[in-house]
Design a protein around this ligand. Structure first.
Ligand code: SF4
Length: 223
């Protein structure tokens, strides 16, 4: 499996924010978000081939009970099912971070689904594929039915909420499972958006998530 990076850090987003976790970042994505904060897994995918045994050995070298399989899009990896089954056999809590465009019957304790809103659309030749794939309602329903889940949205502007409300309603998701995060890859941009986004969360009953890793370390690899 092509791995962009494998590291030990704190979960920076969502309901498990702050939990020490090993991150397995797979390389390769079927989307091309204009603001992608890991372009080395999407626009210009990089990485090293690891066997499942090598991944498990590396995970086992850290004192974590939680593992996060992220990307890129981990659900397009051919070996994602055996990888998650072997992580489960080790008794680890598994979070999968996915955009929710592909279903695979993986072993997973928290399906962290981040559907991509219209604000993610890139300019240029990738736009048509990105727009065709980014919202797959049947895949989202399947993931929500089968797994404990959270729906995470990256919010750039207040108008993005119209799309969030419509999708959450169409999917029948509880608002307590919907987590909104400010868009931004530096502290100033995050804080600027966090101020108004926090008020929206209070008014509408959505959950707010910081991006702790950016706050602590900036937008750096391996964090
Ligand atoms: S889905 Fe994630 S990894 Fe893929 S392009 Fe969008 S932000 Fe980047």
């Amino acid at each position: 499996m092509k791995i962009a990076e494998l590291f030990y850090s704190l979960q920076g987003e969502g309901s498990l924010v702050g939990v020490p976790s090993v991150f397995i970042r797979t390389s390769g994505c079927n989307l091309r978000c204009g603001w992608c904060d890991t372009p080395y897994t999407s626009w210009t995918p990089e990485g090293t081939e690891f066997t499942l045994r090598e991944i498990l050995d590396e995970v086992g070298a850290h004192p974590a009970r939680h593992v996060v399989v992220t990307g890129g899009e981990p659900m397009i990896q051919p070996e994602i099912i055996p990888l998650t089954e072997r992580l489960r056999a080790r008794g680890l809590h598994i979070t999968i971070e996915t955009a929710g465009t592909v279903f695979q019957p993986v072993a997973c304790d928290l399906m962290s689904i981040s559907p991509k809103l219209a604000n993610s659309a890139p300019e240029g030749p990738w736009r048509a594929q990105h727009e065709r794939l980014r919202i797959q309602p049947e895949v989202l329903r399947q993931l929500m039915e089968r797994y404990d889940y959270q729906l995470k949205f990256v919010i750039e502007k207040p108008q993005d909420l119209e799309e969030v409300r419509a999708l959450v309603e169409a999917l029948g998701a509880g608002r307590n499972r919907v987590i909104l995060m400010p868009e931004g890859t530096d502290r100033e941009a995050l804080r600027g958006r966090a101020a108004w986004l926090a008020e929206i969360c209070k008014e509408e009953g959505f959950r707010f998530s910081p991006r702790l890793h950016v706050e602590l370390w900036g937008n750096r690899r391996g964090t």
